[in-house]
Design a protein. Structure first.
Ligand code: TXA
Ligand code: MG
Length: 364
């Protein structure tokens, strides 16, 4: 299959720009498109055969359900017969935006889209190209992140091309995304609303609108280690993994820099190619084959925005070992650390523990 790449200017597009993409979607084909979080791989959410094509293109297990994207609140009534009061409030507060809500599904939504579940995930993205594509095509677009399953989510059209060229009909290039990590998912079918995946919309922001919100314990570091089963099927897979072996270091800045430099040296002695994920504040302090800054500690949003891109950059450089710093897990930091920890397969050296410090001392 030949994958067409179509550039669309997010600030100046016309109906004509969407004609071909709309036709593809209406014919059951696949179009990747930008959203404010990451690029999505879109197909008709009400058509089981489109979902099948999405799973095939991504190499994704078909028990992992898709999010359906809508452009107006009226469309929600097609997807679910029950919109809880709390969902209305959250939609008013955060849609369009990086929030996905889980509802009981209506009969119209095929099990192919929901991975066999009785529930459906819905989101109204806050990106003019995504909204115009939904409106112009008249299709409610099911879209997972537009990466090959297990690779970092795409934050630019080039990333989509790298993974899916030849496997889908079209890629709409609308420039880099704004946020850089996937939407917050909140389940409103449980007795207490529960976050199944952290994102830009934090627990605190949700609680300001609807009161107490829980977080699925299975997605926290301890829950993962205890082998709890996440409520969002996709959270159980090893995800976002770079090809190199990534280890994170947690602790006071000077100690982290020293420990990472030591680890780099050890690997270089073995002739390994080594990279460091630094910050603007620390990047001058590392010696490795490649040192890349993920952003400034003073600007959490810059960190989220560069996270997946940097993992892909290290893949291109064929770095074998990667060392990185940890960040605060408060607020939006929870989403950032969730993705980083997953990318690292939860390999963290904690320099606040005696064991971690002893290791640094040993190598001094
Ligand atoms: O920001 C985003 O959400 C992006 C953009 C493209 O909108 N999409 C995205 O989709 O991240 P995906 O498929 O990569 O991740 C969807 C997650 C998966 O972990 C899936 O298991 C979960 O949502 N999910 C979908 N439907 C669900 C349902 N009915 N119940 C529980 N979890 C669900
Ligand atoms: Mg994904």
């Amino acid at each position: 299959m030949i994958t067409k790449v179509k550039k669309i200017n997010r600030d100046a597009s016309s109906e004509k720009d969407y004609e071909e993409a709309s036709q593809i979607l209406r014919n059951g084909g696949l179009v990747a498109f930008p959203t404010e979080t990451v690029y999505g791989l879109g197909g008709d959410g009400l058509l089981a055969s489109a979902a099948e094509k999405i799973y095939a293109a991504k190499g994704r297990p078909s028990d992992n359900p898709l999010i359906i994207h809508i452009a107006d609140i009226e469309s929600l009534a097609l997807l679910t017969d029950e919109v809880p009061e709390q969902a209305r409030k959250l939609a008013d507060a955060f849609w369009p935006g990086p929030l996905t809500m889980i509802f009981k599904k209506s009969a119209k939504v095929p099990y192919g889209t929901t991975g066999g579940l009785e529930t459906v995930a819905v989101r109204m993205p806050d990106h003019p190209v995504a909204l115009d594509l939904i409106r112009n095509s008249g299709v409610l677009i099911a879209a997972p992140s537009a990466n090959t399953s297990g690779r970092p989510s795409p934050t630019k059209a080039d990333h989509v091309y790298e993974d899916l060229n030849g496997k889908i009909d079209m890629i709409i290039d609308g420039g880099s995304v704004g946020i850089g990590i996937e939407s917050t998912i909140v389940d409103l079918t449980s007795s207490v609303p529960t976050i199944l995946r952290p994102g830009f919309i934090t627990k605190e922001m949700l609680e300001d609108v609807i009161g107490i919100v829980e977080i699925d314990k299975a997605i926290l570091e301890k829950g993962v280690k205890d082998g709890l089963r996440p409520k969002a099927p996709g959270m159980k897979y090893k995800h976002y993994a770079p090809k190199g072996d990534l280890t994170l270091y947690d602790g006071e800045e000077d100690l982290v820099v020293e420990a990472i430099n030591q680890a780099v040296k050890e690997k270089q002695k073995l002739n390994k190619k080594v990279g460091v994920i630094a910050t603007d504040e620390t990047k001058e302090r590392y010696q490795a084959d490649y040192v890349m800054s993920i952003g400034s500690r003073k600007n959490e949003q810059s960190i989220a925005k560069h996270l997946y891109g940097i993992l892909r950059d290290f893949d291109h450089l064929e770095v074998e070992y990667i060392y990185g710093e940890c960040f605060s897990s408060a607020n939006f930091g929870q989403a950032i650390m969730n993705r980083l920890l997953k990318a690292a397969g939860y390999q963290v050296v904690k320099l606040s523990d005696k064991e971690g410090r002893d290791k640094v001392d040993e190598l001094r």
